[in-house]
Design a protein around this ligand. Sequence first.
Ligand code: SAM
Length: 253
Amino acid sequence: MLKVIDVLKYNGINTNNARDYRLILQSIIKNKKIQDLEYTLSQNEEREFINLKSRIDNDEPIEYILNTAYFRNYTFYVDNNVLIPRKETETIVPYLSSYKSVLDLGCGSGAVGITLKKEYNNINVTMSDISPEAIKIARRNSKNIDIQIIKSDLVSNINISEFDCIFANLPYIDIDKKDEVVKSVYSYEPHIALFAKSKGLFLINKLIQELNRKRFKGCLFLELDPWQIRYISKNKEIIKDQFGQNRFIKIEY
Ligand SMILES: C[S@@+](CC[C@H](N)C(=O)[O-])C[C@H]1O[C@@H](n2cnc3c(N)ncnc32)[C@H](O)[C@@H]1O
């Protein structure tokens, strides 16, 4: 029979995974606190700990194990059908706040669109994604929030004249460099959310062209990798993320 203190002792306070072990332990013992060092785990709890620990040791992100991700102080349900929202993406939210009607294209979990609506309730927010599984999760996360969700390949199914702003965090990792991607990302996050052809710019360039063709009137904000920016031929403004990296571009149509 293991006590909390034993679990903490045997699972190395100083190892890289110590924080994640503590998080799974807390999630398993639910109402008890892990500060309650003398609490004795039930057999089920012990078994569950061994199971979740092995997932962490196998590099599975804690967000998928606990089905929880945080984005600008809000909590989102995530599983391996959606990208885990990234810290750097949080920066863009205030930049979208001065528009009346915003499309979050490639919404995944819905982190950007939902946060925008929560922080600026007067904005009309629509979210879209090509993945039916992502749409399901975005719906779940936006329950009781006034947001429209559309399944669409880029803007093929969207009336863009309804929007004065589009934000798109499309997959932008170069598919030819997929071998360089760390295991926790490559083996667990959905490839439809990660990879694109043509130096990772295939979907981004396609979207830029489609908006030209459809005579979009408004602002397009795109997230990409800093080195990709020079390959975007349109006039653009560069926006840094909170870590000082050139992470977004703004294109006026
Ligand atoms: C990098 S993830 C971004 C998810 C979310 N916006 C975020 O920032 O956490 C890219 C998203 O684009 C979606 N996607 C991929 N190809 C697409 C396409 N052709 N049209 C619309 N969405 C697409 C993926 O399903 C995925 O949810």
